[in-house]
Design a protein around this ligand. Structure first.
Ligand code: EPZ
Length: 419
């Protein structure tokens, strides 16, 4: 398993190009199953997750070409049964259920187990499919959905932590080919949902209200092939913003969308970090001494849970006390004990972490536990004195395209150790 060796203490400087969004690309790739015609998707990041999704599409019978960020898919003849192991390995692949059910009126996929950040049930996805008239059966580790016909319906998809992103995506895709009108209340408002709706509408779907808590889908008979460019990855952008601030550098982000990052920009401003718009780019640097701030993760347009760990790595560098409250996933503090190895002082109290900043960080061997926790450890390693070894970076490769190469171009002393 590969690891990163980071010699800290260098201020990052220069420009970084933001890649296409993983969390927009995955459901859009699944949506290509809704038609037998050719779809062309551009700016698809080259990640282990997107490569997994390619395997899943091929295992269902689709012809797929993926080169230089452009994906061409023709799902002419497909089956409703997905490979158990493939789906089990990547949670995000649950979003093939909606397209299969919508087009074939049948879908059989392995239940995505929980993951290290939380139980992550799919009850809301199933609630939506049942409202559209699907019969559901869970047996042998599979969830099986079938329907003679899908009928539009009005449903409330809010749950324990508010809206569900992939649940909204899944139901929206199934409803696109249902009979009649579907109204999704308490829908997720994430930019990735808007990007998916734009792609579906380019295929001939009739979807309005994406980006708001009420999405209306008027079902159509058939969908056609379409072309689309995936939005930039707002989580990757936030990660590089925080790395720039943590190393007291100056970094220009190219290709990121500030309107997708308002909550993050607001919190960074509060922590005394400036994000200046320069044409289509954003320039990130500190305004002065970093300040402690309190952060609570919420569904979009609140502060994203996928930036919580990276923000914690920044706040250990302030000289005050910050309280970080995780409201989306019940076990998303795996990075706390690893940051403590670097010298951070953080206490967990229920859903909150109390970060007592001001203790200088020093390099050490640490272990990545999940995608965003790994990004936080890389940021802390860049800010720490001495050498940090981040192990199990396969987690990072799931969601960051060439992170080490991009950081090296910004002056970081980071190398990938292949084992
Ligand atoms: C998406 O996951 C993202 N993944 C996650 O990013 C992100 O953290 C999450 O949305 C929240 O923003 C992809 O897009 C591939 P949810 P998703 O359903 O859709 C509960 C990353 O780092 N819930 O919005 O699976 C659930 O347990 C990943 O890139 C139910 O209770 O998340 C959680 O507490 C990690 N029942 C909350 O809702 C359901 O049926 C939000 O989950 C569904 C969800």
């Amino acid at each position: 398993m590969d690891s990163f060796l980071i010699k800290g203490g260098v201020a990052l400087r220069g420009e970084v190009e933001i890649s296409g969004s993983k969390n927009a690309a995955l459901p859009i790739m699944a949506a290509t199953l809704l038609t037998g015609e050719t779809c062309v998707i551009r700016r698809v990041p080259d990640l282990s997750d997107t490569r997994f999704m390619v395997q899943i599409l091929e295992s269902l019978g689709a012809q797929v070409k993926f080169e230089n960020g452009t994906l061409t898919v023709r799902a002419q003849k497909i089956k409703a049964y997905a490979d158990y192991e493939l789906v089990r390995k990547m949670r995000g692949s649950i979003c093939i259920m909606g397209p299969l059910l919508g087009r074939l009126h049948r879908a059989r996929v392995s239940l995505p187990g929980g993951c290290i950040i939380g139980a992550r049930p799919i009850n809301l996805h199933l609630k939506g499919f049942a409202a559209l008239g699907a019969k559901l059966k869970i047996e042998g580790g599979y969830v099986d959905a079938s329907a003679k016909k899908l009928r539009g319906a009005t449903m409330f998809l809010g749950g324990r932590a508010g809206s569900t992103v992939l649940g909204t995506a899944n139901v929206m895709m199934a409803a696109a080919l249902a009979d009649g009108v579907t109204v999704i209340e308490s829908a997720a408002c994430e930019p990735e949902i808007v990007d998916l709706a734009n792609f579906l509408n380019a295929m001939g779907a009739k979807i309005s209200g994406a980006g708001s808590p009420t999405i209306i889908v008027t079902g159509v008979e058939k969908l056609r092939g379409a072309e689309h460019e995936v939005i930039p990855d707002r989580i990757e952008a936030a990660t590089f913003m925080i790395a720039a601030a943590a190393t007291n550098g100056e970094v220009t982000l190219k290709g990121a969308r500030p309107d997708h990052l308002r909550a993050v920009i607001d919190k960074l401003n509060e922590a005394n970090v400036s994000i200046e718009r320069k044409g289509a780019n954003m320039v990130v640097r500190r305004k002065g001494k970093l300040k402690a701030v309190d952060v609570t993760t919420l569904p979009h347009s609140g502060f994203p849970t996928d930036v919580q760990a990276q923000m914690m790595a920044l706040l250990v560098l302030t000289s005050g006390i910050s309280i970080i409250t995780e409201r989306i996933f019940e076990a998303r503090f795996m990075h706390v004990s690893e940051l403590a190895r670097l010298g951070a002082d953080i206490e967990i109290e229920g859903p909150s972490a109390i970060v007592k900043g001001g203790k200088p960080l020093s390099g050490a061997p640490v272990m990545a536990s999940d995608l965003r926790a790994s990004a936080a450890l890389v940021i802390a390693g860049l800010a720490a004195k001495g050498t940090t070894q981040v192990n199990r970076i396969y987690h990072l490769d799931r969601g960051y395209e060439q992170m080490d190469a991009k950081l090296r171009r910004l002056g970081a002393r980071i190398e990938r150790i292949q084992e």
